[in-house]
Design a protein around this ligand. Structure first.
Ligand code: DLZ
Ligand code: SF4
Length: 509
């Protein structure tokens, strides 16, 4: 019988993903391909490449145990074509399938390529919806239609109603409130003892991949070892359960806090598993809900965690597909400054930046506030080129795929979309970082000082950003207060800060 060729990508590692749902082990072939193009279209962090390739190998082995025929293409096979399309064409020649089945990919770039696959192979292509998400693209588009404001909060409430997560039997939100965001912003007191995330020792399969990554991608950013990510669905579930019992109770309070030497604090570190299909989003939310219902965790923790997955993650992905490809080209502030080299080396005297960058180098991880309010905030205030900043985020984080990275960086951090996602730019001075972290204690700069030697760059850059972009922002009702503050400042002082900012920004180049 002619075969069905099912081409599974490296971030689609779910047994019930749409392309595998009707898998017939007797007649079908599952194609999985390690390819150089996917490892290098941005210079991914070494840990990220190792994670994806090892997870792919483990997933292929599980399918084989099930009896499925897997045509698994190793990166270093002498005849590896180096691209998804090249590998598909070669597999079509090997298997002569009568149809190709795929799940639509998570990135526009790959989707455009995929749309040509039927023509280049001459084999009918069945591209199925990506059901690793709770809201389909159509469902999101329906929600967005005719809406003036696409704010996440309203979408999130719909998703709560639809799934019943944290809802009472009468259809009301648990605790009579939808959102406990105000209770997610405590700085650390100093005596907390954050648990470590669940770590896994590399098995032989992962060891092989680590050697491969060192050999082929040794020049990429990031430290490869120690490598401790889970690489199977079972390990990912173990990491989730570990988080729910150890860290979730305090996750709510300290979601936004930052501490030197504590890259993970009370965070789950499961986004990488969710984003390659090793964890199911609904199951992940249910685990947090159960912990709340059993009295093990407070509501602000369960709700804060569920909001990230059921609200934010789904919303961001909906926006990506609704607005691409034009979305990536917007540049509201016409920002064009090149990304400073310290984003790759960590060699800067700003301790907050240094800590967040070095941690990123070591762990391929930073939590949302480190990404948004430190490295992202600096990029916003300094007017860094959105495309360069986006490539950095897409490269350096193990959980980064364009569907999530682009709206998060372009819209949330850089406000490059002019306010589609955020009602105002997440611009902040050194005061915010001082309140939410202990970074300033180890810094050569003084977070309270706005100008003169030793002034925190986030301060003069903040006021310069506001003054520089007055025309673009002054009509934003949520900016009235800060522009009022700027206008009340002594104009000579403002001029001096702006001169310092200009000198500092020149120094970046
Ligand atoms: C990110 C990534 C990497 C590093 N390597 C591979 C690979 O070798 N083979 C593969 O099928 N997928 C890989 N991926 C994930 C793809 O880049 C991902 O499927 C697209 O970005 C679409 O989301
Ligand atoms: Fe960052 Fe300024 Fe604090 Fe230094 S003083 S850590 S630059 S916020």
């Amino acid at each position: 019988m002619p075969a069905t060729l099912r081409f599974l990508l490296g971030d689609q590692l779910s047994r019930n993903v749409s392309s595998l749902r009707d898998l017939d082990p007797d007649t079908d072939v599952v194609l999985m391909a390690e390819v150089r193009d996917e490892c290098t279209y941005v210079g991914h962090h070494k840990k990220k490449i190792a994670f994806i390739l090892s997870a792919m190998r483990h997933f292929a082995a599980e399918l084989e145990v099930e009896g499925a025929a897997v045509d698994y293409r190793l990166l270093d096979a002498p005849d590896n074509r180096g691209s998804l399309r090249g590998e598909l064409e070669a597999a079509v020649r090997r298997h002569s399938p009568d149809r190709i089945v795929v799940t639509e990919p998570g990135e526009w770039r790959v989707r455009k390529d995929m749309e040509e696959w039927e023509e280049v192979t001459g084999v009918p292509l069945d591209m199925r919806p990506d059901d690793r998400f709770l809201a389909s693209r159509e469902r999101f588009a329906d929600w967005a239609r005719d809406r003036k404001s696409l704010r996440m909060e309203y979408f999130y409430r719909n998703m709560r109603r639809e799934t019943g997560l944290l809802m009472t039997p009468d259809g009301e939100p648990e605790g009579d409130r939808w959102n406990f965001d105000q209770e997610n912003r405590k700085p650390l007191q100093g005596d907390e003892e954050p648990p470590e995330p669940r770590r896994f020792s590399p098995d032989d399969v992962t060891e092989d991949v680590l050697e491969l990554v060192e050999e082929y991608f040794g020049g990429h950013f990031g430290r490869l070892r120690p490598f401790w990510f889970g690489v199977t669905a079972e390990q990912a579930r173990g990491a989730l359960d570990h988080f729910v019992t150890r860290a979730l109770p305090q996750f709510g309070d300290y979601q936004d806090a930052m501490k030197e030497g504590e890259p993970h604090l009370f965070h789950a570190v499961v986004s990488l598993y969710l984003n390659v299909g090793l964890l199911d989003p609904l199951e992940t939310c249910r685990a947090a809900e159960e912990a709340y219902r059993s009295g093990a965790v407070p509501l602000n923790a369960a709700e804060g965690f569920i909001r990230q997955i059921l609200g934010w993650r789904e919303y961001i992905r909906g926006i990506y597909w609704l607005k691409m490809p034009d979305y990536a080209d917007t540049n509201f502030f016409r920002a064009s400054r090149p990304l400073p080299s310290f984003y790759w080396t960590g060699e800067t005297e700003m301790n907050c930046m240094r800590q967040c960058i070095l941690q990123t180098r070591d762990e391929a991880y930073a939590h949302h506030i480190q990404r948004l309010m430190v490295t992202g905030n600096f990029a916003l205030l300094s007017g860094l080129d959105p495309e360069e900043v986006e490539n950095w985020y897409l490269s350096v984080y193990a959980d980064a795929f364009e569907w999530v990275e682009l709206p998060n960086t372009h819209g949330m951090a850089l406000f490059a979309d002019g306010g589609l996602l955020a009602s105002k730019p997440y611009a902040a001075s050194g005061k915010y970082i001082q309140r939410m972290s202990d970074y300033c204690q180890g810094c050569r700069y003084e977070p309270k000082q706005k100008r003169g030697p030793g002034a925190c760059p986030f301060n003069f850059l903040y006021w310069d950003f506001l003054a520089r972009n007055r025309e673009a922002l002054a009509n934003n009702p949520r900016m009235g207060l800060v522009y009022g503050n700027l206008d009340r400042m002594d104009s000579d002082q403002v001029d001096e800060m702006r001169k310092e900012a200009a000198a500092f920004l020149r120094g970046l180049e």
